[in-house]
Write a protein that binds this ligand. Sequence first.
Ligand SMILES: [Cu+2]
Length: 286
Amino acid sequence: MVTPAAAAVRLTLATAVALAAATAAAQAPKASPRPAAPGTVITIVAYNHFYEAPNPITAGLVTFRFVNRGPDLHQMWIVKIDEGYAFSDFMNAIRPGRPMPNWLRGLGGPESPESGDEVSVTMQLEPGRYALACFIPTAEGGSHLSKGMFLPLTVLPAKGKPAPAPKDDGSIMIRDNGVEVNGAVSAGKHLMRVESTGSMARGARIARILDGKSWDDVMSWVSNGGGSANAPVKLLGGVTPLASGAVNWVALTLAKGDYAVLPMSFAIGSGNPEYVPALAKKFSVR
Ligand SMILES: [Cu+2]
């Protein structure tokens, strides 16, 4: 049976697929001129409320350079769809109030650079079917996904030897009982390895604490949902939720100052990403 809601989702999907095909034709995948980014660089542009992204891409070490040209925050959650399931199954399965089925696996991806900014996230991608989606809530309720911010992604097998893992100079470990930040706390450019070993998929936003703002200001802000109004931080981006065992690397340029790692998970009830204040962690660059 096709409910009106399901029909609406399919219609939006058809529109998005057509749009993606049109933009992919007009805009071939761009290789970034920056030599520092590991692997193949894939540029993805986020607008209110859609992506411009190449499809298909090739397996291996991939850096997603995620540029936010929308006025709102956006993310690109990369979800691996098991063999035997289609992108339409992903669209039907991802509903508020339902836990994620075990044939979907969240592999992280770029999270929330502020409007006009960008973030680069690197990962090892296997061949297969994937979904890209933004679950940031809209002002009216629902998420950007419900406004059409999703795309299928096919990853084709690569020829030749797989590229080795990139060289990182620090790590962020997200565990059930807290976050650990190791290394990379000097001013300058860093590539931080991010992993979540907890009982559920978690990601994190990394933010600079604004001058004159305290850790208490940050904690009361995240505890109240962390809206854009009067934020005591500048978001630098981060990674979307990672299933246990998945690894991302995020490129960060840090200046002297205080920073916050703000873990996030997807709330089953609303289906939206939300902060987990109890796991937030401060670090300083001196
Ligand atoms: Cu979005």
